[in-house]
Design a protein around this ligand. Structure first.
Ligand code: HEM
Length: 475
């Protein structure tokens, strides 16, 4: 009988969820790769794309070199407890966090190592990201970076708080892969604002709102208006290549999204002028939050609040007019928090997934250099249980859909998501000429197109026992 993952979900108000010994979930967590249930949280990461040249060498490399080094969900939890203890005690200077390592295979990778019978059969995964270009309004592959026009077999992620340790790790893995594979490396680096919060390159605090899979609810997290807790089955998939009952994996969506920061900032200024409002308020109407993460839906103007406190909101007070937070705003399109109206609230929530992205490129904030138009962006990564119902649904049916959220009655066009919308970008978006109630709405030619896909792929992050099992039958 298939295991019911959600029995392990004990995220009650007391936050009693643990990965303790004795708990059945412990067995699953030892076989599940890290970064799925919780972010690895390291500041530096190398994403090593691999195309193997020999099946046997690939199987031996994965089972003997990679599998023993993988950071399981359980190990990730232990490492983070150790790191916290060292930091809190101040007993010795921490040498950074332990190295985080994960390994994922594409459909082409499974086929190459002759594991077609044990690979997941989700159609989007099998066909790969390139076959969804039309559905997602993605640029043609001829416009992707050259490296992404190929079909990569695998993605190895190594991450640490220290850049030097990631650099050493890259050298090590490249050496191990010499004469066995072709590689391409994408470096990711977290960037922060002056308050130390994680931001993306347009300058907005990111990573505030996530489905919470195993995070304990602390006093800081209030769930009155929006409950971020999600079922494990929203993310984990049975790994038929692993051991029955304990082996799970998840689909990893990887997209290299370049950000034209210069044009985005110019658009914020032009919009502010057109609306007669402050540039910060204009930008907030594109994102749905101010730069410091404060949501537009809030009754009060931004002030210093912890991000945890500013995720407990929904759009009930602004259902039909979009006069607090415009309907096209990125966070409103990407999570209408039960107000999308196309489907029941619980069904709507099933489209959400955990985001595990990290910025790439140099941080130009606080430098004298001009804002970059290229070379920086987000290595967007997200774990999905069902790519069709989650990532692709969100991009195609929400971000690219000028009618979503489906409000008011009859619905009106609100334009595309100003951050990631692709397609009819110029469709008018409705902006607000003031913060006050009943402020005038001004339709403006659609603002967007500042984020460009440079390439990507769908991977599956399998159980560790599957990776180990590849040593069998090496002839
Ligand atoms: C370069 C590209 C992107 C940028 C700059 C960006 C920026 C942001 C920012 C600033 C936030 C607010 C912080 C937060 O609530 O956590 C956010 C939230 C979010 N983004 Fe993005 N994002 C990008 C791509 C994407 C993509 C490709 C998707 C999905 C297809 C996506 C889905 C979401 C979701 C689901 C949220 C949380 C909404 C909520 O729960 O309120 N983002 N993003």
């Amino acid at each position: 009988m298939p295991i019911n993952l959600d029995q392990f979900l004990s995220l009650d108000d007391n936050g009693n969820f643990t990965l303790d010994d004795g708990n059945d979930f412990n067995k699953i967590a030892k076989d599940l790769q890290g970064n799925i249930l919780k972010s690895h949280g390291r500041n530096h990461a190398a994403h090593i794309f691999i195309e193997f040249t020999d099946k046997h060498a690939a199987r031996a490399f994965i089972s003997q070199k990679v599998a023993p080094k993988i950071t399981s969900a359980k190990k990730q939890e232990n490492d983070s407890i150790d790191f916290k203890t060292i930091k809190d005690n101040g007993t010795r200077k921490s040498n950074g966090t332990r190295m985080f390592i994960s390994f994922s295979l594409s459909n082409a990778g499974y086929v190459f190592i002759e594991e077609s019978a044990r690979k997941p059969n989700e159609i989007q995964f099998v066909n790969g990201m390139k076959s969804s270009i039309g559905k997602l309004n993605d640029p043609n592959t001829s416009d992707w970076e050259k490296e992404y026009r190929k079909n990569w077999h695998a993605l190895l992620i190594v991450a640490n708080t220290r850049k030097s340790r990631v650099t050493n790790e890259i050298t090590k893995w490249k050496h191990l892969l010499k004469n066995k594979a072709r590689t391409h490396i994408e470096l990711g680096k977290t960037i922060r604002n002056n308050d130390g919060q994680h931001i993306e390159h347009f300058g907005y605090v990111d990573g505030i709102s996530q489905p919470l899979l195993v995070t304990k609810l602390s006093e800081n997290i209030s769930i009155k208006n929006w409950d971020p807790r999600a079922k494990l089955s929203s993310t984990l998939v049975v790994d038929k290549g692993g051991k029955p009952e304990i082996s799970f994996g998840s689909f990893l969506v990887f997209r290299k999204l370049e950000q034209d920061v210069k044009s985005f900032k110019q658009a914020e200024i032009a919009l502010a002028k057109e609306l007669g409002v402050h540039k910060e308020y204009a930008g907030a109407q594109i994102v749905g939050r101010f730069r410091n993460g404060h949501p537009l839906i809030s009754e009060i103007l931004p002030q210093n609040q912890s991000p945890a406190k500013i995720n407990d909101f929904n759009y009930d007070s602004d259902l039909t007019t979009g006069t607090k937070c415009p309907f096209h705003a990125h966070i409103r399109k990407m999570n209408p928090r039960g107000s999308g109206k196309n489907e029941p609230k619980e069904k709507e929530k099933t489209h959400l997934f955990v985001r595990r992205g990290i910025p790439f490129g140099e941080n130009h904030r606080n430098t004298n250099q001009d804002d970059p138009s290229e070379g920086v962006g987000l290595l967007f990564m997200a774990y999905n249980q069902d790519i069709n119902n989650q990532f692709e649904f969100m991009q195609a049916d929400w971000a690219n859909n000028p009618n979503f959220p489906n409000q008011p009655t009859p619905p009106i066009e609100h334009g595309l998501d100003g951050i990631i919308g692709q397609g009819a970008i110029k469709t008018k978006q409705n902006y607000l000429k003031g913060w006050e109630k009943n402020a005038e709405i001004k339709p403006v030619e659609g603002i967007g197109g500042f984020v460009k896909l440079q390439g990507g792929e769908y991977f599956f992050t399998p159980s560790i026992s599957f990776l180990k099992s590849l040593s069998d039958n090496i002839t």
